[in-house]
Ligand binder design. Structure first.
Ligand code: GLU
Length: 249
């Protein structure tokens, strides 16, 4: 597309996306090249293939594990959480869509509970409120709205519910609201997802995400559980999901 653009410093607040090498997309969908302060506006021609556009505007599913959020006393690490939210906001403000799957409700509930008699489901209910409060506060500081969604396996078992969930997620994402999802630990029995990794994978497929990112205390995929097996080795790259990989999962 052909466009006329103002110098970078005046245009940047209106740009939807600015790449490190100075290309940007403004809100009207025109594409330009960043210019130094004081330079006259200039025209530019650029051709973007469909692949480029997808890589600029990605749907990213980000799964945040409990061990990332708590310190060595198993308490929510608020400084770390605030820094993490700033980093996520930086990526988000490049106009990607982000959906967060967070764990940490049970650990937060355990930190808060004044009785050690509470069931896991009660700890999750107690902790979830505080966990989402901090996400809300830290994202508000970045000028970003969030929404809370609690899901169980039943949410995916029937087509109308499945469709409603998909539409809700896409509508929130396209209205620049970050959905923050956790399992609804208060109502799950044997039908639990097990851990939120699986839930994150389902959501990635549901919304047709381009990236699924796991923030965890592990370096990557291991041949067996490194916390139990000293001989566990890390697998740098999975080229195909064969039977051996399936067995590890
Ligand atoms: N839903 C659980 C929580 O919020 C965590 C599940 C998991 O370990 O991933 O504490």
């Amino acid at each position: 597309k052909l466009g006329h653009f103002l110098p970078h410093q005046r245009l940047r607040p209106r740009a939807l996306y600015t790449s490190p090498n100075g290309l940007f997309i403004c809100k009207k969908g025109k594409i330009g090249i960043r210019q130094a302060r004081g330079q006259r506006p200039r025209q530019c021609f650029l051709i973007l293939c469909a692949g480029c556009v997808i890589s600029l505007l990605m749907k990213i599913i980000l799964k945040i594990g409990t061990n990332v959020l708590v310190n060595n006393k198993n308490c929510l690490d608020l400084v770390l959480m605030q820094n993490l939210v700033q980093e996520i906001s930086r990526v988000y403000n490049q106009n990607h869509q982000i959906i967060i799957i967070t764990s940490g409700a049970v650990a937060t509930g355990r930190e808060m509970a004044q009785s050690n008699q509470l069931f896991r489901s009660a700890l999750a209910a107690l902790g979830q409120a505080k966990l989402i409060k901090y996400y809300h506060d830290f994202f508000s500081q970045q000028g970003i709205q969030i929404a809370q969604i609690l899901l169980s396996a039943n949410s995916f078992k029937n087509r109308p519910r499945f469709n409603l969930l998909k539409e809700t997620l896409l509508q929130l994402a396209s209205n620049r609201i970050i959905p923050i999802i956790n399992e609804n630990d208060t109502t799950v029995l044997k039908d639990t997802f097990g851990d939120n990794d699986f839930l994150a994978a389902i959501i990635a497929v549901l919304v047709d995400a381009q990236k699924l990112v796991f923030l965890t205390d592990l370096d990557g995929l291991y041949s067996s559980d490194p916390k139990i097996d000293k001989n566990a080795r890390i697998i740098q790259e999975v080229k195909s999901v064969d039977l051996e990989i399936q067995r590890m999962c």
